[in-house]
Design a protein around this ligand. Structure first.
Ligand SMILES: Nc1ncnc2c1ncn2[C@@H]1O[C@H](COP(=O)(O)OP(=O)(O)OP(=O)(O)O)[C@@H](O)[C@H]1O
Length: 316
């Protein structure tokens, strides 16, 4: 069996008084697309930089494709393709020249035209990068990362600044590369950017991994939780007990003439409304909100959050 594509043990980086990466244990399996998520400053780039020996850890260790990230960095650079965050292109060089440059540095025998074809830039091979749109620039960076047919692609915020179409096209190319057998480590600060393409995601906050799961597992965590907010005409005395006895009701709070009900099952909305009416109240208005993956991401990464959401707490 292949070794993990990436494995870190207690990987740590302290910058003066900032603990950028805090005892990180991360395993990326060979063949998967792993979404490395977290808000700005979470420690994603610092982690990536340690995997590539651009900066040294202050503690712990890492291997990439089974090679030690400090002592065997040559092997790693040979077998890994990197699309770095924010690396400039040369305005006056053509797309092909950019790719040829990397082929030369890596001493590879890749065909630049074939790589440009793979990222959809065959027609722009002889155009200068100075005239490229943001999306074309990212495709070109991806073509450069694909030189030497890497076993692992490390993409640091590859969709940043792209419009929704550009981001989708880039994800599509990433998926195709994965189908060719390449493991992909895809960092982003937006869950929606990786949701459609990743097998698993890990969410970082304040240098620590706060949750790691498949997208499906994250969806299960979100569940079908719904919050129903009901405005009633009168003071809703005594309705809490009646609502609390319904199976799907997880929480009830009353504030003035507003009743908020946390539901585990959206379809129980009508029984909540009829219970309120049975208690002699008139329903003036109601709204429902469904929890989304974005809410889950926010709950794990909002300032001060380090343990994720409280289970089944709605507006307590
Ligand atoms: N060279 C450095 N010197 C001092 N502090 C640093 C350095 N590099 C990163 N940091 C700090 O470490 C923390 C993690 O930064 P990092 O760039 O790894 O986060 P990130 O998750 O990649 O964020 P972004 O999405 O903004 O790129 C931040 O608080 C940052 O200010």
């Amino acid at each position: 069996m292949s070794p993990p594509a990436i494995e870190t043990n207690n990987l740590t980086r302290q910058f003066d008084d900032v603990l950028a990466v805090d005892s990180l244990d991360l395993t990326v399996r060979s063949g998967e697309i792993y979404g490395f998520l977290g808000p700005n400053g979470a420690g994603k780039s610092t982690t990536i930089n340690m995997l590539l020996d651009y900066i040294r850890p202050t503690g712990g260790s890492a291997t990439v494709l089974g090679h030690d990230a400090q002592s065997e960095i040559k092997e790693i650079h040979q077998r890994v393709g990197v699309l770095p965050d924010d690396v400039g292109l040369y305005d006056r060089l053509t797309a092909r020249k950019h790719v040829e440059f990397v082929i030369d540095v890596k001493d590879a025998n890749s065909d630049p035209d074939e790589l440009l074809e793979r990222v959809g830039l065959a027609d722009a091979a002889d155009r200068k990068a100075g005239g490229f749109s943001k999306g074309m620039g990212q495709r070109l960076r991806l073509a450069m990362a694909l030189v030497n047919d890497p076993e692992l692609l490390i993409l640091d915020e590859p969709t940043s600044g792209l419009d929704p179409n550009g981001a989708r096209e880039l994800r599509e190319i990433v998926r195709q590369e994965n189908e060719r057998g390449t493991t992909v480590f895809f960092s982003s600060h937006i869950l929606g950017q990786v949701e459609a393409v990743c097998d698993r995601v890990g969410i970082m906050n304040n240098g620590q991994m706060v949750v790691e799961d498949s997208i499906e597992g994250l969806r299960d965590q979100v569940g079908s939780d719904t919050q129903l907010t009901v405005q009633v005409g009168d003071q809703p005395d005594g309705v809490e007990a009646a609502l609390g006895s319904l199976d799907a009701v997880e929480s009830v709070t009353v504030e003035g003439s507003t009743i908020r009900v946390g539901l585990s099952d959206r379809s129980s909305k009508t029984s909540v409304l009829s219970t309120i009416e049975d208690a002699g109240l008139t329903v003036d208005d109601f709204t429902t909100e469904q929890a989304s993956l974005d809410d889950l991401f926010a709950s794990y990464t909002s300032s001060g959050a380090d343990t994720g959401p409280e289970p089944a707490e709605v507006d307590a």
